[in-house]
Design a protein around this ligand. Structure first.
Ligand code: MN
Length: 445
């Protein structure tokens, strides 16, 4: 399945909305996307200055993803975890195909100004690719790496890039640069979300000597499909809508940013890494895929982390039912649903969660009679079941995530709210319920 097969599936299930009026990729497109955030997937049919449509919003609603992956919404994070586990148990290597659909039209004089790349937030430094999948090869071992990095368009064939610390691509680049060499890459846009899941697999789960693409193979139910490139010695994704063959230049740094980031705040402009684009290829009638920064990122991080947290916390504390990284909480907020068998165990679960995922800063634990996907239900548990005098844990000066503005030099505070009732359950905590009725049986005007 390629991106367009996925769009058809979304449309068949009432999950795709077309914006038919022409929109400007400079601020207007993202402004409209912001109004739809959390709803249907969008396709902008006419984007000013380009002949290609743009789709966005694939990751801002879990029901849309569940439709694409043929599974129940609440099972998604477990399905992704099974895919990551296959890296060790039964990794399915990608295949390299001839006549890739991604090579339908090949341009060796690239012009990125003809591609509809949106300038998203009002203070962004330029048009941004927010979700391109970068494939590279380890300069020493040749092992393939697949990852996602933000890229700002700075010229017809030039991009600014963020290479964050700890990412394998940064490690590859630094070893290439030490030899005075550019690092060759392909930049892949518009693919089945299985490739996206592979690209966001944390390095803790996929060490530097493993190829993440087996995760995509697992989710696709067949080997991931790659194709040879013409100007670089790195494969591209055969079914991508657009591929850039490119290189990250050694010793070159140019201004990149500001960019409205996942935290909901701007990352500052700084001198960062630079990409030279050597060629662009496009599929027939390509649809360019963009990610609307915000909930889409939180959701993809959340889905990657939840099942891992579930398994880790369950090994430490009994009674855990569900784990949800809330949309509003970015990847700093979490809700645990559990019925602690003994008093005090909800607090142990809070400690286990903080240890398992360092970016977490605010955490609530609720019982199984609370719907953790319903913010009002969770808040009700918080105001009626958490005694602020004895059910709040604060941990100061802990290791946190640098993009949260309350965090300085990765040091911040964490807080946990035990919103569970005492064991055994006192009668005063019985929630009101009503008779189940089927409204189809009633005449209603
Ligand atoms: Mn890797």
């Amino acid at each position: 399945m390629d991106l367009k097969d996925c769009l058809k599936k979304l449309a068949d299930n009432g999950r795709l909305a077309h914006i038919k009026t022409e929109v400007d990729p400079y601020h207007e497109l993202a402004g409209i996307a912001a109004k739809f955030e959390g709803g249907k997937v969008l396709q902008f049919d006419k984007v000013k200055g380009s002949e290609y449509p743009v789709t966005t919003g694939w990751w801002w609603n879990r029901d849309n993803l569940a439709c694409l992956f043929d599974c129940e919404t609440e099972k998604l994070s477990f399905k992704f975890a099974d895919a990551v586990a296959s890296l060790r148990s039964n990794p399915v290597a990608p295949i390299v195909v001839e006549d890739a659909p991604a090579h339908y039209e090949y341009q060796d004089e690239p012009d990125l100004t003809k591609i509809p790349v949106p300038t998203h937030a009002l203070k962004d430094g330029g048009p941004y690719f927010s979700n391109c999948i970068v494939i590279a090869k380890d300069p020493d071992t040749g092992v393939r790496n697949t990852s996602i990095h933000r890229m700002m368009v700075t010229g017809k064939n030039r991009l600014g890039l963020l290479l964050d610390v700890g990412r394998h691509l940064r490690d590859y680049y630094e070893r290439a640069e030490a030899k005075g060499e550019a690092l060759e890459i392909t930049i892949n846009n518009g693919v089945h979300p299985a490739y996206y899941v592979a690209a966001i697999t944390p390095s803790a789960a996929c060490p530097i000597d493993m190829d993440e693409l087996a995760v995509a193979s697992y989710l696709l139910g067949e080997p991931a499909r790659l194709a040879k490139s013409r100007t670089v010695d790195v494969e591209c994704i055969a079914d991508a809508q657009m591929v850039m063959e490119a290189e990250i230049l050694p010793y070159v740094r140019e201004p990149e940013g500001p960019f409205g980031e996942v935290s909901g705040y701007y990352a500052k402009q700084e001198d960062r890494w630079v990409i030279n684009v050597k060629a662009i290829s496009l599929a027939k009638d390509p649809v360019i895929h963009m990610l609307h920064p915000g909930r889409e990122v939180w959701n993809s991080v959340g889905l990657g982390v939840e099942s891992n947290l579930y398994q880790t916390i369950s090994r430490q504390v009994p009674g855990l039912k569900k784990v949800y990284m809330t949309h509003g909480g970015s990847h700093y907020g979490l809700i645990l649903q559990m019925d602690p068998p003994k008093n005090g165990m909800a607090k142990n679960a809070i400690l286990a969660a903080f240890a398992a995922f360092p970016p977490l800063q605010m955490l609530r634990v609720v019982n199984s009679d609370v719907n953790i996907y319903d913010a009002e239900d969770v808040e009700r548990a918080m105001v009626t079941r958490c005694d602020p005098a004895k059910d709040v844990i604060i941990i100061q000066n802990a290791f946190c995530h640098e993009l949260n503005p309350t965090v300085v030099d990765n040091i911040g505070a964490k807080i946990g709210f035990d919103c569970t009732y005492p064991v055994p359950k006192p009668e005063r905590y019985d929630k009101i319920s009503y008779q189940e009725v089927d409204l189809a049986n009633y005449e209603i005007e």
